[in-house]
Write a protein that binds this ligand. Structure first.
Ligand code: ARG
Length: 273
């Protein structure tokens, strides 16, 4: 079965509020440019053999494009997010409806337990690596781990610019990941070093271009443009790197990975559909 990814076209994308340090309403986003960049990302994924499912864009939900935050996938279950901010919580009914209509089991966390889906919870092998503090709660991660019956390693995100785990950590395969060390404290770095034998650091400049926010399709990694050192590291590790400029989305605090949700299990996930 081909890899399957959910994306949402940026028809209603924009910077309409500020909920992370990247967002600045007065700078705004140029929708036509966003459209070109988003289309290039989608076409690149399709050229890699991915089936892209499209969620219908909705007026008034400018961040709906960031489907990674819809929820967490586990086999046929879609565990719907509980967004920290009300402006994004309004996306949940749209996501829930799509998943129910497409035959997935839709599950929910208890109220007021914040969890922002695949933005903050990523499988590397059988272990769920979980970012907490800014958006998701540590106790929500524990609840999810128990619900799914998996081991979870919570990592505190200490740098406000790297407010979701997928902005600073990207599993490539079981036991292998790229990461930005300064997004974690000493304890978090030790947890990563102990549990991920092959950890590839991303340099500061490229981490600020959201190089870690990458989409992995087999041995190809798709990430934002102007991350040359990341390309070199990936090639040395046996991966092909493809750059797609996504700067219009960086203005909202997102990039390649945030714009996608893998429906059939990521390359690194110990479970597969
Ligand atoms: N503006 C969005 C927010 O602040 C960006 C989400 C990016 N998504 C991600 N998975 N990192 O929520």
């Amino acid at each position: 079965m081909p890899p399957r990814i959910l994306m949402c076209p940026p028809d209603h994308y924009g910077i309409e509020y500020e909920i992370n340090p990247w967002m600045n309403r007065s700078l705004g986003a140029v929708r036509a440019v966003a459209f070109t960049q988003w289309t290039k990302l989608r076409d690149t994924l399709v050229s890699l053999g991915v089936t892209v499912d499209a969620l219908a864009p909705q007026p008034g939900l400018p961040d709906l494009v960031f489907t990674a935050n819809a929820g967490l996938m586990f086999h046929h279950t879609f565990l719907s997010s509980r967004f920290k901010h009300e402006v994004r919580a309004k996306e949940s009914p749209v996501f829930d409806e799509w998943f129910a209509a497409h035959g997935f089991t839709v599950d929910h966390l208890p109220e007021r337990m914040y969890h922002e889906g695949a933005g903050d919870a990523l499988f590397c092998g059988d272990t769920l690596f979980a970012g907490y503090r800014t958006r998701s709660d540590a106790n929500a991660h524990n609840w999810v781990a128990e619900r799914l019956g998996v081991r979870c390693l919570p990592l505190e995100l200490v740098n406000p610019r790297f407010y979701h785990l997928d902005t600073c950590f990207c599993p490539l395969a079981p036991g292998e990941a790229i990461y930005f060390p300064d997004a974690f404290d000493g304890y978090g770095r030790r947890v990563l070093e102990t549990h991920v034998p092959k950890l590839i650091p991303v340099v500061e400049d490229e981490a600020h271009r959201f190089g870690c926010n990458a989409v992995v399709v087999e041995k190809t990694v798709v990430h934002n443009s102007r991350c040359p050192q990341l390309g070199v590291s990936l090639r040395a590790a046996g991966y092909k790197s493809i750059e797609v400029e996504l700067d219009e989305f960086l203005k909202a605090g997102g990039s390649a990975k945030c714009l996608t949700l893998r429906l059939d299990g990521e390359e690194a996930a110990g479970w597969k559909r």
